[in-house]
Design a binder for this molecule. Structure first.
Ligand code: BES
Ligand code: ZN
Ligand code: ZN
Length: 522
């Protein structure tokens, strides 16, 4: 997709379609009126009067007969009520509209960004338009022998600024929106890869290819390396599979003058059969997406190469299969983790936390993290508690919680903090070992967070994000298709942006100076 930004001179624009927004309140804004040719304004007003154009949410009306001025059609996009309009809704409307315009062979599509002003600043608006556009174009067609018409169309998005002063902001926003949109699609594509292709080795190889783009350094640990480090939990999970496990480390140095770094950790189970505690039911095929956390980390690292933030970020993906092969670990096994803590296995299906536990130890021992953010498809119990569109997260610092909320506000994703109370400590306590990997008692999402907490130094700011319930859509929702959703990617990227804009030394102060003294819950 090519993107260009124009100043508001209609006469200079040639496009297959120009899109203007209209709220349900149904008045054309002053800048829209001065942008469009008089004849077009007249025609649109008549259609509004006749009730054909209502401005209802996502409605689009195509007005033809403007060949004389170089633009083939004007599309009036309904934005719904001004009071309830959000950029997240706009992404969905644009996704639908773009799909339709492509179907009718529009290849150069122009959005007028006036008419929204006063509700959202231009950069964020341009980002949302650009993002919706990317989602409208995206199809996962790789395994179709006859790809749909939509595949590989070359489309140009032109954004028209309401005034010259806004051009720069719109340009920046459009670029960011494109990167965010592409990153979400990247996560989705990776998560959608079938398990026979997306193996731990495939993930490791993808990271090596990323390193070829430069600016990131990639280190891969194989099972021998992990054996040397005593990462027995990772090795135990991997033992039932014919595919070897890998630990993938991708380092982006955006600010060489400081030591601090944010470390992202993603669960990369490329297929989770449950192991000896075999999963039942017809949805086991969805467990090819159990590496979504890893995909989010990967897509984020790729996005950083484009966004070039002045911050150091280390992306770690711990990749393995969880299979019931003849050497598989078993319920009742007791395994010594890299940290030295012994773990009794209650369920081989609670494998994600085991991979994360050893990797958290490795990260703290070797990568000097200033903040750790882990992202994992950890517990299906997130579904009954928050459902498929709200992402639960845990944090051991209130200022980090505020950062997540800021980031999610920008991304349009819904994040909700869950508490980790010590009252549930018995969920991880074992009779025979230092910990057990799961309990038959709920709440499982909090139980998993409590388990991870056992492997985190209390001094270290930490966020745990459980994307298990949001990683798959059973049917399309807004701009997100059925299948892998990529939810979480944008918030993680925005979070890095939040962290970049606050200097590490002042991180506390930048967010909540008073809360520094409040003891943390986790
Ligand atoms: N990968 C699953 C979690 C999952 C389930 C992700 C459904 C996406 C959709 C994880 O490894 C798992 O099996 N968790 C168990 C934990 C239980 C044994 C405490 C679960 O959620 O049932
Ligand atoms: Zn599992
Ligand atoms: Zn799993």
């Amino acid at each position: 997709m090519k993107t260009e930004v124009f100043s508001p001179q209609y006469q200079q624009i040639s496009a297959d379609a120009i899109v203007i927004g209209l709220f349900e309140q149904r008045f054309l804004s002053a800048d829209t009126i001065s942008f469009l040719p008089r004849l077009a304004v007249h025609q649109i007003k008549k259609l509004i009067e006749s009730g054909e154009i209502t401005g209802g949410s996502g409605e689009f009306t195509i007005v033809h007969r403007f060949n004389d001025v170089g633009v083939k059609r004007i599309v009036v996009l309904g934005l719904g009520s001004q009071d309830t309009f959000t950029l997240e809704l706009l992404r969905g409307y644009i996704h639908q509209l773009v799909r339709h315009l492509i179907k009718i062979n529009c290849r150069e599509i122009c959005f007028f960004t006036g008419g929204y002003t006063g509700y959202h600043e231009e950069g964020a608006l341009a980002a949302a338009i650009s993002e919706g556009f990317i989602h409208g174009l995206h199809v996962f067609k790789k395994y179709k022998s006859s790809p749909s018409n939509q595949a590989d169309v070359q489309v140009t998005l032109n954004l028209v600024a309401p005034c010259d002063e806004a051009s720069e902001e719109i340009h920046r926003g459009a670029r960011k929106g494109k990167i965010l949109g592409q990153s979400v699609c990247r996560t989705r594509e990776m998560a959608e890869e079938p398990g026979n292709v997306m193996t731990p080795a495939y993930l490791a190889h993808s990271a090596q290819l990323l390193a070829k783009k430069g600016q990131v350094e990639v280190t891969i640990l194989d099972e021998h390396d992990m054996e040397r480090e005593g990462m027995n939990l990772v090795l135990a999970v991997s033992r039932g599979s014919a595919e070897p496990a890998y630990l993938i480390i991708i380092q982006y140095v955006g600010n060489p003058s400081i030591q601090d770094n944010v470390t992202l950790l993603g669960k990369g189970i490329t297929f989770d059969s449950g192991g000896i505690s075999l999963k039942r039911g017809g949805h086991m095929y969805e467990m090819k997406r159990d590496m979504t956390g890893g995909a989010i980390v990967f897509a984020t690292m790729e996005a950083l190469l484009e966004l070039q933030p002045k911050i150091n970020v280390t992306g770690v993906i711990v990749a393995s299969e969880n299979m019931p092969g003849r050497r598989a670990y078993k319920p009742g096994d007791i395994i010594t983790s890299m940290s030295g803590k012994t773990i009794e296995i209650f369920s081989t299906d609670a494998e994600g936390r085991l991979l994360l536990a050893d990797t958290l130890t490795y990260i703290q021992q070797y990568l000097s993290p200033s903040i750790i953010i882990d992202i994992a498809t950890l517990t299906s119990a997130t579904m009954p508690s928050l459902g498929p569109r709200i992402v639960p997260f845990f944090s051991n610092r209130s200022w980090l919680t505020s950062m997540v909320h800021h980031a999610a506000q920008k991304s349009g994703e819904n994040f909700w903090e869950l508490p980790v109370f010590e009252e549930y400590h018995e969920r991880v306590a074992s009779h025979f070992a230092d910990c057990k990997n799961n309990s038959s008692k709920s709440p499982h999402t909090i139980g998993a967070a409590l388990f991870l907490k056992e492997f985190i130094n209390d001094e270290l700011p930490w966020i745990h994000i459980d994307v298990a319930a949001v990683d798959t859509n059973d049917k399309p929702y807004s701009y997100i298709p059925a299948g892998a959703t990529g939810i979480g990617t944008k918030t993680v990227i925005e979070l890095i942006g939040e962290m970049e804009s606050s200097v590490f030394a002042d991180l506390h102060a930048a967010y909540s100076p008073l809360q520094q003294k409040i003891p943390t819950q986790i």
